[in-house]
Design a binder for this molecule. Structure first.
Ligand SMILES: Cc1cc2nc3c(=O)[nH]c(=O)nc-3n(C[C@H](O)[C@H](O)[C@H](O)COP(=O)(O)OP(=O)(O)OC[C@H]3O[C@@H](n4cnc5c(N)ncnc54)[C@H](O)[C@@H]3O)c2cc1C
Length: 721
């Protein structure tokens, strides 16, 4: 801070001296003309010294953003001639501009970053991609003030070296015009005369040239990817969607709603992973497990000798009934009624407009479409551990069927993975009677949450009976004496130790990988890494082929797949008129362990990592009447706001119903509402949602206007007489 203040003082002093010695008078057209004879004399006597002093003066004027750079440029032409003047000014102006840029970065960037973190991140992302282009344009068009560009670019993340060389090249043409004019100084009557309207327009065209050229190149690049294919003259459909999970269902529904002819192709079950293997069965088993746990701890509610009596088979039967009950929402019948043609079969891309469908009866059908949307989702990733195939395992895809016939939950269950899916299932099976060991390679479970939240989750799972082994890496699976073991490696006091953990069933929940193979992506050369690569509009390498859902990421949630589905449908059908960038700014998610963990925006760790000047407002559920009546007081709300500002940057809720409570904060963030607005909203008593209001009240209390309250106290004292 002291260094910054010193820099500001030095800059202020330099500016003060500049005006004190009336240098600004000298840096006018008349001042320059009046002093030219004297300058020329000095130049004759000591050319090197004059060049040196001129150079330093030019650098200082530009570095301090003082008025007069244009006059100095004319002076360079008058004093040194066109070529020498051009070289001197080109370097001096670029160095001065870079110094101004660095000063701005040093003094302003941190403050602006703290105040407008998201906006600056978005600007930085744009600058990282196209910063040099934009700077070049700004430099070429002389109507954009030189000093303002230096200061503004300093706030962005553009590299100093890039700023320097782009500035030097970009300013060259303008510098040439001014230095050249300076060689004819006597004929110049005003500065504005130097840049005629035509010249400004020419510069503007020059400035926009790189952007126009880039746009033209993009058009060619887009066209080039199609060069080996013949576009059909007519299409069978406006849109073909591959995959009927959340992403594909929403895409096809929107397309049908706007009267497009759309076909949805599904190789497996309608509803995809969420309905059949993911959200729905997992939430169903979580509910049964929670009730078992509540009965087990019936004493909290005044019940005596309560022990849950249940049949695991019936629990699993209920899970399947729940899937069946939800299934009509995603069924062929429903979507057909909504105007979507549904074909059960395996879709494969043949060319950018053609999909071949292998129907379930073995026959094939081919459809052409102007737009194709890939929504093929992800599947559980199984780590390639030696012995794993021989010993066997289940994943979220297979466990629902495999466990359906068990009379009891597996006695010894190992859950590999400490992410949300692993945690939800580990806790549920522990509550349903399994002896669960959960293995996580990282040092804590639910690593995406901050330390406090993942510690809380660790305690909740441990209380439910899960034995959690963090910092343990799975090495191999083996069978000894008919017993199955997973061997894990643990780092303890700098030593590596191997431990063998026995299990009856091994559940792999170490992440989900996008389905990238077998349906034509490779043949068409569609770019992938761990997902399909798209631009912000969800366009793949082929602008008429879009992708949505888990196949794209970056978030693997049903609601995000659905969100992307809207963009894929609208951009796919109307992108030639107007395209929309996917908005990922306010994305909530919930991990349905008990108590639930729900999150939107930044958590504490993110705020620290981003260097934001933030504050945390907390509300503990032990203060909430409804939590007390429900004997469920564990948990908290943690709101992250910029210091002293009523703007929600992120919220984490840990409690019963946290996944529902977060919705109010999601709405607030989405629409730019602060905590004052939540505080000013009536919440019914006694509800869990009141927790949100109390968290807002906590923030208000922490920002009470002390001076006003002191004055009020005095006022009331005076009123009492
Ligand atoms: C255990 C578990 C719990 C989860 N819990 C939650 C939760 O609580 N909340 C949440 O938001 N998310 C949850 N998820 C994640 C959620 O299920 C996914 O994010 C969501 O299903 C993604 O939808 P999608 O449309 O991208 O893909 P999917 O649902 O995977 O659908 C893709 C479909 O494409 C089909 N397909 C693939 N290739 C072809 C082809 N070539 N031709 C035809 N059809 C094809 C597949 O058969 C599949 O039906 C959970 C996931 C799991 C595994």
């Amino acid at each position: 801070m002291m260094k910054k203040i010193l820099l500001i003082l030095i800059a202020a002093l330099a500016v003060g001296l500049f005006f004190h010695f009336d240098l600004h008078q000298l840096l006018t057209l008349d001042g320059l003309k009046g002093s030219m004879d004297q300058f020329s004399q000095w130049r004759e006597q000591s050319p090197v010294l004059v060049i040196g002093v001129f150079f330093i003066m030019y650098v200082l004027v530009t570095a301090l953003s003082l008025p007069g750079a244009a006059i100095l440029t004319l002076a360079a032409g008058a004093l040194f001639g066109l070529l020498e003047g051009l070289v001197i000014v080109s370097f001096a102006s670029s160095i001065g501009a870079t110094l101004a840029f660095l000063v701005s970065r040093y003094l302003l960037r941190d403050t602006i970053q703290k105040r407008f973190p998201e906006r600056l991140t978005a600007i930085d992302a744009g600058v990282a991609k196209e910063g040099a282009f934009y700077l070049f344009t700004l430099r070429l068009v002389p109507v954009f003030p030189f000093f303002l560009i230096n200061l503004l670019m300093g706030v962005t993340a553009i590299k100093s070296w890039t700023f320097y060389w782009v500035s030097q090249i970009g300013m060259l043409a303008g510098t040439f015009v001014f230095v050249n004019a300076g060689t004819q100084l006597a004929q110049i009557d005003s500065l504005s005369g130097i840049l005629s309207f035509n010249l400004i327009v020419s510069f503007a065209l020059l400035g926009f040239f790189p952007l126009i050229a880039k746009a033209i190149l993009n058009v060619f690049k887009k066209k080039r990817v199609y060069k080996n294919y013949t576009k059909p003259k007519k299409f069978d459909r406006n849109m073909v969607v591959i995959g009927a999970g959340a992403g594909g269902l929403v895409t096809s529904y929107i397309a049908a709603a706007v009267k497009a002819k759309v076909t949805l192709i599904e190789a497996g079950e309608m509803g995809g992973d969420c309905l059949n293997y993911g959200c729905v069965p997992s939430k169903a088993i979580i509910k049964s497990a929670k009730i078992a746990e509540q009965i087990r701890h019936g004493e909290h509610y005044g019940l005596e000798n309560s022990t849950p009596q249940f049949s695991f088979k019936k629990v699993m039967a209920r899970v399947h009934k729940v899937i069946a009950d939800v299934a009509p929402h995603d069924s062929v019948e429903r979507y057909t009624n909504l105007g979507v043609e549904v074909i059960k079969g395996y879709g494969k891309l043949i060319d950018p407009w053609t999909v071949e469908i292998k129907l379930n009866d073995g026959s094939k059908q081919t459809l052409t479409a102007r737009t194709i949307v890939i929504a093929t989702g992800a599947r559980p990733f199984v780590p390639p551990l030696p012995g794993i195939e021989e010993t066997g395992y289940v994943t979220s895809d297979t466990l629902w069927t495999k466990f359906a016939e068990l009379d009891e939950a597996p006695k010894k269950l190992v859950v590999l993975g400490g992410g949300p899916i692993g945690c939800e299932l580990a806790q549920s099976f522990a509550r349903l009677g399994s002896s669960v060991t959960q293995i996580e390679m990282a040092e804590r479970i639910m690593i995406k949450e901050d330390l406090e939240v993942s510690t809380f989750a660790h305690e909740s799972l441990t209380e439910s009976g899960v034995n959690i082994l963090t910092s343990h890496q799975a090495l191999r699976c083996e069978t000894r004496d008919d017993k199955k073991y997973i061997v894990v490696k643990q780092q303890l006091d700098g030593k590596t130790q191997e431990v063998a953990i026995e299990y009856d069933e091994l559940l792999c929940a170490v992440g989900r990988s996008a389905r990238l193979k077998g349906y034509g992506l490779e043949e068409l050369g569609i770019e992938t890494n761990r997902t399909i690569l798209t631009n912000e509009y969800l366009e793949t390498l082929y602008p008429n082929i879009y992708a949505a859902g888990d196949i794209v990421g970056p978030y693997q949630f049903t609601h995000v797949a659905a969100h992307q589905g809207w963009y894929a449908a609208v951009n796919g059908l109307f992108g030639h008129l107007k395209k929309f960038k996917v908005d990922y700014r306010v994305i909530p998610w919930t991990t349905f362990i008990d108590p639930e963990v729900a999150r939107v925006g930044l958590n504490e760790q993110d705020a620290i990592d981003k260097g934001i000047d933030f504050e945390i407002t907390r509300f503990e559920f032990e203060e909430l009447d409804r939590a007390i009546t429900d004997s469920a007081t564990k948990g908290f709300i943690k709101v992250i706001t910029p210091k002293g500002k009523d703007k929600i940057l992120g919220v984490t809720v840990v409690s019963e119903h946290a996944g529902d409570l977060i919705a109010e904060f999601v709405l607030a963030m989405k629409h730019g509402l602060g905590l004052n607005k939540i505080l000013g909203t009536i919440h019914s008593y006694p509800t869990w949602a009141e927790g949100n209001k109390y968290a807002a009240g906590e923030w208000k209390r922490n920002h009470a206007p002390e001076t006003v309250l002191n004055l009020l106290e005095k006022y009331h004292t005076w009123r009492r007489g």
